[in-house]
Write a protein that binds this ligand. Sequence first.
Ligand SMILES: Cc1cc2nc3c(=O)[nH]c(=O)nc-3n(C[C@H](O)[C@H](O)[C@H](O)COP(=O)(O)OP(=O)(O)OC[C@H]3O[C@@H](n4cnc5c(N)ncnc54)[C@H](O)[C@@H]3O)c2cc1C
Length: 430
Amino acid sequence: MTMIGSLYEDTAPAAPETAALMGAHEAEFVIIGAGFTGLSAAIHAAKRSVKTVVIEANGIGHGGSGRNHGHCVPVYGFINPNKAIETLGRERGERLTRILADSGKRVFSLIREYDMDCEAAPTGALQLAHSPKTVPALQRQHDFYASLGTEPKMLNRDEAVAITGSEEFHGGWIHTGGGHLNPLAYARGLARAAMREGAEVFTDSPVVKLERKGGAWLVTCPHGTVLARRVGLATGAYTDNFLPPLGKSFFTMRSYAIASTPLDIDLRRTILPDNHNFGDTRHDVRYVRFDKQNRLIMGGLVEPIIGTNFKATTDFISRRVREMYPQIKTIDWRWHWSGQLDITMDRTPRLYNPAEGLYALVGYSGRGVPTATALGEVLGEAGTGVAPEDLPMPIAEMRSLNAASLLSVFVPMLRGPINRMRTRIESKVA
Ligand SMILES: Cc1cc2nc3c(=O)[nH]c(=O)nc-3n(C[C@H](O)[C@H](O)[C@H](O)COP(=O)(O)OP(=O)(O)OC[C@H]3O[C@@H](n4cnc5c(N)ncnc54)[C@H](O)[C@@H]3O)c2cc1C
């Protein structure tokens, strides 16, 4: 039997009870979008006694937050401590670097603080070398994170083989602040935490209009309104058209995931025995982890066929699984789902402040579990009334990325085959 749909819908604890926005409300801070960004912002602001309202068009975690692979991998190409200080000054620049470097730990500390039931596995996230040639790049990555004080651990080939149970890997490193979780359960846990701190969360309420009214903002949904001093847009890749050009300030790509039925326990013990999650140095990386019931969850970026057609996708991933784990003879894939990513050209998230009291935070470029949680708190700070020039993130100019539509079509079409070819060539050269 093949079930097309999200595994998490079947395994996450129920969402807290919420209703649609009805009638006229007032708040100090209204957040649009109940994903990691919006909910983390809501916890931060509500905890500081700011009257906070979250409005979500669908259900909690409907966007990337409830659909992702669940890898908490706090490794970013865009952390640059010197540039952060140059742009923001020493105090704010150092804060930004610290926020990002500690973002994985922040996820798991929030989970502990609010006792969230979300299969949290703070095991550390593995970055693995698929070829001897890519070990030096991982060593450099490791050294960089060590210089930030995150206590990473380098793995030689024997250690990489032991920790993964696969002969395919030639070394790697563990980001000790990372790990994995059930993302829909985490989003629902964040919503419960925000409500516990006093935030109100409304669902099934698409915001259709945002307008200035007196010194405040009027947010309009089909059956209700909220008048608030400050607004935080946290609509990610699901941004529609009510605040142009926000939805065109990035391009979109789809990412997919598939999940199997639980593996036999003896077989499972031979694979990732300490329950780590990993990505590797292949250009067409597939992310790998297990859930609590020993279901294998893998995925990557959608291509014209892989990621969209169930049979082609599961055949392709099964081949990859057998390369890594020849002991898996058959695998029964049951779930298949996908979601949108908001990608900026330099893969750096953007905080916009296009008008007084109005903020938007988008562009996680596929690294939202730790990043959206951590930077969501910066949006939350803005919601408490901290001035833009005092926030630990630069305010970017919100403008349309001219090629957004073209990139959204052509990058997904071309990047998979090109990246597989690059990986094959590099493996041969090695
Ligand atoms: C398949 C997939 C796999 C991924 N894997 C990983 C991973 O393993 N690790 C990782 O770190 N990141 C991963 N990501 C990225 C990560 O999920 C996102 O970066 C992150 O969830 C973004 O969170 P967000 O809160 O900014 O946006 P979202 O979670 O997308 O939330 C935006 C919300 O805004 C709502 N909204 C939009 N318009 C309106 C409106 N008009 N009115 C009201 N509400 C509105 C949407 O319904 C949505 O719920 C993955 C993403 C996908 C899709």
